[in-house]
Design a protein around this ligand. Sequence first.
Ligand code: APR
Ligand code: ZN
Ligand code: ZN
Length: 361
Amino acid sequence: MTHQVRAVVARGKGAPVSLETIIVPDPGPGEALVKIEACGVCHTDLHYREGGINDDFPFLLGHEAAGVVESVGEGVTDVAPGDFVILNWRAVCGQCRACLRGESWYCFNTHNAKQKMTLLDGTELSPALGIGAFAEKTLVAAGQCTKVDPTASAAAAGLLGCGVMAGIGAAINTGNVGRGDSVAVIGCGGVGAAAIAGANLAGAAKVIAVDIDDRKLATAEKLGATHTVNSKDADAVEAIRELTGGFGADVVIEAVGRPETYKQAFYARDLAGTVVLVGVPTPEMKLELPLLDVFGRGGALKSSWYGDCLPSRDFPMLIDLYLQGRLDLDAFVTETIALDEVEKAFERMHHGDVLRSVVVL
Ligand code: APR
Ligand code: ZN
Ligand code: ZN
């Protein structure tokens, strides 16, 4: 059997997305069919539409989603119909070299659904990050579904599927922020704001938010920043050093993805401190640093892929903290929109006044 559902499709480079009817097959072995309840609009969706990821048009966009499992294929035991799940793009394989050495948050061979979703004329769709959740229903590998407490709001929960998890994980997993640490976060969009929330959860004593937009700094304070720096008016490195006894922060998280801000992160950290790059650069960007400073300042320069998260470990835990009022996921939901408003949400992204627009179905 197949299902005909409405979905947001990007048909060609730079062309506005369109609401289309697509065909979703019933789940085969190892797959799950998920009825989507909410899906956040992420920069990566826009990147796909602009042809910045690859040329495999048409794309089925959307990947920060939560929903309810409608049916599962043969051999699926981890999730069952009726389960409330967050979708992830790290369904670990258990067999690659990362998984075998017990570091499955790096899994190099993650799973997606084997069967293809298609347009009505049979054209195969490429789902964004192997998910494709701006749709009434989507087909994924069962391992891409992580069961969480169903009392959580779907709009808030879905955000853990990508950007918010990347930010929280950059602080708690990659940066290994600990009790009493000083942390600076450069760039306080959805990802950076989540890093601030993560640093707080981990017990950081000082959390310095840096952005060039005062609106983002105001949200950062709401999520627990103890200090804010507008780096349009002030030198970010000097300001961070001044706020940390002249030394720099123990952990600096770069959540912009640019060489200038990476350099700020590099120099704003204390000796032997940690820099975490979670912002995603573009191919033409280059970084130049005195190698002597790389050696002389010591410590760790790390990248954070998807917050080094392990969905089965991190999603249920973070949803529990959310339900206990200790993690304000609702603060990331700037607006809820309908399925046919994704293009408008892309425009709003450029104005910088949203952390996340979330499609609610
Ligand atoms: N200095 C400080 N902040 C900056 C600078 C700068 N030079 N340039 C931009 N910013 C701020 C913006 O004002 C904005 O608040 O960085 C933030 C970026 O946030 P968003 O555009 O909302 O992006 P976000 O979803 O948070 O993602 C950030 O992480 O996952 C990656 O691809 C994503 O590279 C992007 C980054
Ligand atoms: Zn693996
Ligand atoms: Zn994303």
